[in-house]
Design a protein around this ligand. Sequence first.
Ligand code: ADP
Ligand code: ZN
Length: 516
Amino acid sequence: MSLYDTLRDYWGYTSFLPQQTEAISSLHLNRDVLLLKATGGGKSLCYQILPVHTNTLGIVVSPLISLMKDQVDDLRQKGIRAATLNSEQGANENRATERALGEGKINLLYVSPERFVSSRFIRLLKGLPLSIVAVDEAHCISRWGHDFRPEYRKLRMVKETWPDVPVIAVTATATRAVKDDIVRQLNLKNPRVLVGSFNRENLYYEIRASANPKREILGYLDSHRDVSGIIYCFSRKNTEELSSYLQGQGYSSLPYHAGLKDNIRRKTQESFVRDEIRVICATVAFGMGIDKPDIRFVLHYDLPKDIESYYQETGRAGRDGMPGECILFYDRDDLAKHLWLINRSDMDRDYKEVQKKKLYALTRFCESPVCRRHTLLKYFGEKFPETNCGMCDNCQKETGRVDAGVYARKILLCVRELNGQIGRGKIAGILCGLESNEVKSLHSQKPKSFGSLVDIPETQVKEWVDDLIFQGYIMRSGRKYPVLSLTEEGWTYLKGHKNIPIFLSKPKMSGKSSPA
Ligand code: ADP
Ligand code: ZN
């Protein structure tokens, strides 16, 4: 029997999707695999088929019990001998699974990382024909990812305990740092790294600056009746408020967050999957493990925490390949909420800095006039060949923002020159060449940057300075009064290591002379 027979008999498919053949054949040759591919790319088959085909045992590590259950149900329906051991199912069921395992009657076993590394479980596996170990949602192992789970770190012992068993790590989201981290943390040996496209062709992306997102959401729902969607909110409170507001307006909506009782969450999820309710107002707690292919829209009522989260959350739309719309209602004030949350958390300093950087990258994405798809894919190290994707707001309209690198550079140079000495108003004054006593008293001679933006109105320069603070190039801090200094991003930009455009609102000339 060939692999194709197994593919047809159990899955009903006649061919493999991109990267599947490579992944499966590498595992077959006992080589570790790292598979990075968008949601819906067919990652699970890569680790499911071999143990079935060779009648051996494959172990799948998964972060959520609900995820394990869904996959096991799905496999059993295909006639595959799959099971899970977890704390939620009764002792009897766990015992039965252990017995079946010992009798060689299970080909795919789903477990949590904690259970996998327990000595009891390792003893249980002794003598069994373990053929592969799969680590699902592998980004959870990395602190640089968007969903770090410390218990994943223990998986390091997998390679120590079974050095000859190939490990496949899969994730739908990985930046370079996360990718390297997965390989290092899992101690993968010369892994075959397979990267699929992260492009979700059927998704439309839009960032909408909005003064009244509630009203806009209402308008949106009005024209999207009888389809399902998720509205992501920042806090539990927001999910409940927004949901009852929508209910009050006649929409079938429910809130979902980690503070709700298990049975309520399960019920909400089920009625969403069964189309009994159409809209879920949720925190990030909703999503992983929700198997609903026909979600038509994902709205962000508040700013997510980074680009990975945004990509992951929007990625839940259109898993059936039909069109999906992703609209983020953008309000600059959300940035402060996130910064506050990062600052007051008990993460260490380095980690906080990473989180802030990622947050700033997201705000740059939101404010950029460049194709959204282009920026998203670039973030994951993928090049998008076309200049116009036709499926994002920026490709469909002209924005009022331009690459203002020349102006930004002058502002940053001025901040560097006067690093940590003066505030925003005075910096603008200096750049615009305004003679003022305060500026003079600070320096015996004029700063070099004096008047370097003489053609631009002071109000405009102030706006740009704010913009650069907002985009994370300049930092505002100080004990007595806020002074400006460059952030690491700002320094890097000036060093010229980063050939990135900076987008600011279109300059209004003061008319004194033409721009540089
Ligand atoms: P991922 O885990 O990457 O999000 P899944 O494993 O859930 O993706 O697969 C996404 C969809 O693609 C599923 O409906 C799955 O049945 C389907 N699929 C997987 N492999 C194949 C294949 N070789 N041919 C056709 N469809 C496939
Ligand atoms: Zn585009």
